[in-house]
Design a protein around this ligand. Structure first.
Ligand code: ME8
Length: 583
């Protein structure tokens, strides 16, 4: 398979901006990891990227959290901003801009959005009377509300059917947005863009929902003080979802179209920073907007409608993923079933626990499913993929018992022939006049075909398939090492140092192993940035050779000194460590 061609403009990728009514948890981490690994992969392909994430600071929900702590809302948001930044940095998530909805340029963009909608008569003054769900910060139609009886107290509460959260009756004079006017334009947009919402079943859901009819929505709140005031009518604040969704165009420079970045917007200044960003071309429309399925309606209906009303192009693709669950229940702040990530990192242990954790989340889930988190999952992935396979392969390439010279070995020139750089189909017979066997060619073909598989999968944000392709390379390499038993050859060579045949065989096998581990490590950089870079350091691969372009056989420089330390990358998790904690 060919590698997908490079796009013309910088790719703009976004995550939702997270509410600061509680600390970040694994759900936020997962969405951000999808964006971070995609960005890192694109950069390995030398594609310019603009990665945006941030926090959603306004609204009743955040305002209440601050009130409960007896802190001014802005001061509370400052504390939470630091928590989120630290969290991101600790897990090597490096957006180019980390936006806050209290940022000055955002407030100006929101004013501009409001004024334009108002000037176009898309906003009018009306009255909202109906249900409001505080947890979702959403107005809820009657059809989506049900009575839920508490089995113990017998108390009846009105709850949303979708998210199973309480609602309250709200009567307010509000500004309304003419969503109904955009029903047909939305249907036309979905019709014309087969991949505007993925997975496809979500696109179908949205299409049917829009088709069934859209009501105008309330876009201001009178009773909420913690928000951006409505221009010329400060007795209202702008509904938190208009404010929040606009963040994506604020970062793109709205009402202009050029990205402005200053120091305070950037995080990960330390060792984890990926690359400096220079954006001189407009980045809007966003190429990929990633969200969880809980907020699909806001992103697949309201947001495109606002964009159409603003006369801006709609994003190219909305990627909607499922939930991380614990015992099949969505992990969330309100359910209180989130776990402490540092505890999980302790269980994983070793110098690269963060990398292992990133790898686990990205391998175990894909965007179409809900995924249950458990210690068994953690244990099996760490032990099988990372300790037994990948980590062990690195040790074997660099171990003195197999590689006593501690160099990238020097195989005969015929092994390094350029014709093997692109070999992906194994010929029927082994080549004449070459030490390469059919087994060797199979491994070379595997090395050469893995990058294209990872590339194709990452383009679809299928981290599970991308990591699966790398695992498959590692597994083939492992099989190759088991079959060829290079440690035996090394032992024989110790006894007969002048035996040219053994020498050739060992150097060829070892060279192939190093090439396989080098390519696997390069392709693992997006998922495990520190561990993979460490492996490449051990193999003395220069920084300029750590790109997708170099993910083919024949790149490692024979004779280069390597680093044969013996510490394992990923210690195995023992049975006792993974046992469920005592109640
Ligand atoms: O909704 N599994 O913020 P939020 C997977 N501020 N992903 C999860 C998850 C889980 N259990 N829990 C949360 C908001 N997420 C708004 C967004 S955007 C303009 C405004 C992730 O803090 C997932 O991406 O409730 C979900 O959509 C998002 O966090 C919700 O974060």
């Amino acid at each position: 398979a060919e590698i997908t061609p490079k796009p013309e403009k910088p790719l703009f990728i976004t995550t939702p901006i997270y509410y600061v009514n509680g600390d970040p948890h694994v759900g936020h981490l997962y969405t951000s990891l999808l964006a971070d690994s995609y960005t890192r992969f694109a950069r390995l392909r030398e594609i310019p990227m603009f990665f945006l994430s941030g926090i959603d600071e306004h609204g009743q929900k955040v305002g209440q959290s601050a009130a409960e702590k007896n802190i001014e809302p802005k001061a509370w948001c400052d504390i939470m901003n630091d928590n989120f930044l630290k969290f991101f940095e600790n897990v090597s998530i490096c957006p180019d801009r980390f936006i806050r909805t209290t940022d000055k340029d955002h407030e100006e963009a929101v004013f501009a959005v409001w004024n334009k909608l108002k000037a176009n008569d898309d906003i009018y003054k009306g009255k909202y009377e109906g249900w409001y769900c505080l947890s979702d910060e959403a107005f809820v139609p009657e059809l989506n509300v049900q009575d839920v009886t508490d089995p113990v107290t017998g108390k009846v509460t009105k709850m949303t059917i979708d998210s199973n959260r309480p609602v309250e009756w709200l009567v307010e004079e509000n500004y309304m947005f003419r969503l109904s006017k955009y029903q047909q334009p939305l249907l036309d947009w979905i019709d014309a863009n087969p991949t505007c919402i993925v997975p496809e079943f979500r696109r179908n859901e949205i299409y049917n929902f829009v088709k069934s009819g859209l009501n105008d929505i309330s876009v201001s709140r009178k009773s909420v003080k913690w928000g951006i005031p409505v221009p010329d009518d400060p007795s209202h604040t702008i509904y938190v979802w208009i404010d929040a969704l606009a963040n994506y165009i604020t970062a793109a420079g709205y009402p202009g179209d050029i990205v402005h970045l200053d120091e305070q917007h950037q995080i990960c200044q330390s060792k984890t920073k990926i690359t400096g960003l220079s954006v001189t071309k407009p980045v809007w429309p966003a190429d990929i907007q990633i969200v969880g399925k809980d907020i699909i309606k806001f992103h697949a209906i309201y947001w495109p409608a606002f964009l159409l009303a603003l006369n801006l192009p709609v994003y190219k693709k909305l990627v909607v993923h499922g939930w991380w669950t614990k015992d099949r229940m969505k992990i969330s702040k309100s359910a209180g079933n989130q776990f402490e990530i540092p505890d999980e990192l302790k269980i994983i242990g070793g110098p690269f626990a963060v990398d292992a954790f990133r790898y686990i989340l990205l391998k175990e889930s894909n965007i179409s499913i809900d995924c249950d988190y458990s210690l068994n999952v953690v244990k099996s992935i760490v032990n099988a993929d990372l300790a037994d396979q990948y980590g062990n392969l690195l040790l074997r390439c660099t171990a003195a018992a197999i590689n006593p010279a501690q160099i990238v070995p020097v195989p005969p020139p015929s092994v390094l022939d350029a014709k093997y750089h692109n070999l992906v189909e194994v010929p029927a017979e082994a080549p004449a006049n070459s030490p390469l066997t059919l087994e060797d060619l199979k491994l070379i073909a595997k090395i050469n075909s893995t990058a294209a598989l990872v590339d194709a999968a990452m383009w679809e944000l299928d981290t599970q398939a991308a990591i699966g392709a790398i695992c498959s390379l590692n597994s083939v390499t492992n099989g190759y090492v088991q079959t060829n038993e290079p440690w035996k050859l090394a032992k024989q060579l110790k006894d007969k140092p002048d035996n040219a045949e053994i020498q050739t065989k060992l150097s060829t096998i070892l060279y192939l192993m190093i090439e396989a581990v080098r390519v696997a490590s390069t392709l693992l950089l997006p998922f495990m940035p520190s561990a993979a870079a460490y492996s490449l350091d051990r193999l003395a691969i220069p920084a300029e050779n750590r790109t997708v372009q170099h993910c083919h056989f024949g790149v490692a420089q024979p004779g280069t000194k390597i680093d044969g330390k013996r510490d394992p990358l990923f210690p195995k998790i023992l049975e006792t460590e993974a046992a469920p904690k005592a109640q």
